[in-house]
Write a protein that binds this ligand. Structure first.
Ligand code: NAP
Length: 247
């Protein structure tokens, strides 16, 4: 993939899937702006890894659920690189519990980070993309947003919401050179899934036709394709990257 002279903003780029996306984009020569919630050391490590690939990187601390911080993030990206061609809404959290035990605070926190965060970033960045008449937006949904999961009412609501937002914005921007797509990863080896017990892990693996959990790079390669010029005629789609789990 060639991303020379392109600038990408990757939310939650300090770890996991977001970090892998930053590195794949850097391999293609993109300038990479990544934001993170609080883990400055991980964000700095991603910056060094991007720079080691010969690309430029900027890390900005930003809670994506805070509109003022998102405005400042986008401003910092434009001040440094002049434009944003690619937005990957990857930042996300879980606060799992059965509905009966799920607090209102845990519902609100997950929807704020996963759904409102993507909304705020799309709202701010799409203004630039419309002026440029070029843009690629890729949102992180989940197989959980497609088929639900016990213990994840809040997360499933946020990830199903991401699909609705993706399709709606794709319709709004399709005639202006801006595509909006989503990926729906299955069970990927990151910090988010590291806390699962061996029993839960082997039960999940049993549900995956490919017979293995995914790697962050498996998802990153699909995201980077949707972010490329080659995907110009693909919009409003949800691509499951899940070893066949959700089919
Ligand atoms: P992860 O390893 O837990 O990393 C989460 C990233 O998001 C970190 O960079 C974190 O920053 C950042 N972040 C969290 N809340 C944020 C906020 N409010 N504002 C800005 N950044 C924030 O997660 P992951 O497993 O790579 O998941 C990435 C995305 O894929 C998420 O949207 C997740 O829902 C989705 N997904 C993951 C899986 C899976 O199996 N792992 C499956 C389906 C979908 P800090 O480093 O500063 O904490």
């Amino acid at each position: 993939m060639n991303f020379t002279d392109k600038t990408a903003l990757v939310t939650g780029g300090s770890r996991g899937i977001g970090r892998a996306v930053c590195l794949e984009l850097a391999k293609g020569g993109a300038n990479v702006v990544l934001c993170y919630a609080g883990n400055e050391a991980a964000a700095q490590e991603t910056v060094w890894s991007v720079e080691a690939l010969g690309a430029k990187a900027l890390a900005v601390q930003c809670d994506v659920s805070d509109a003022a911080r998102v405005d400042a993030l986008v401003k910092a990206a434009v001040e440094r690189f002049g434009r944003i061609d690619i937005l990957v809404n990857n930042a996300g959290i879980t606060r799992d519990n059965l509905l009966m035990r799920m607090s209102e605070a845990d519902f609100d926190a997950v929807v704020a980070a996963n759904l409102k965060g993507a909304f705020l970033c799309m709202k701010t960045v799409s203004k630039l993309m419309l002026k440029q008449r070029y843009g690629r937006i890729v949102n992180l949904s989940s197989v959980v947003g497609l088929r639900g999961n016990a213990g994840q009412v809040n997360y499933a609501a946020s990830k199903a919401g991401v699909i609705g937002m993706t399709k709606s914005l794709a319709r709004e921007l399709a005639s202006r050179g801006v595509t909006v797509n989503a990926v729906a990863p299955g069970f990927i080896e990151t910090d988010m899934t590291a806390a699962l017990s061996d029993a839960a892990r082997s039960a999940a693996t049993g549900e995956i036709p490919a017979g293995r959990l995914g790697a962050p790079e498996d998802v990153a390669k699909a995201i980077v394709f949707l972010a490329s010029d080659d995907a110009a005629y693909i919009t409003g789609q949800v691509l499951a990257v899940d070893g066949g789990m959700a089919m």
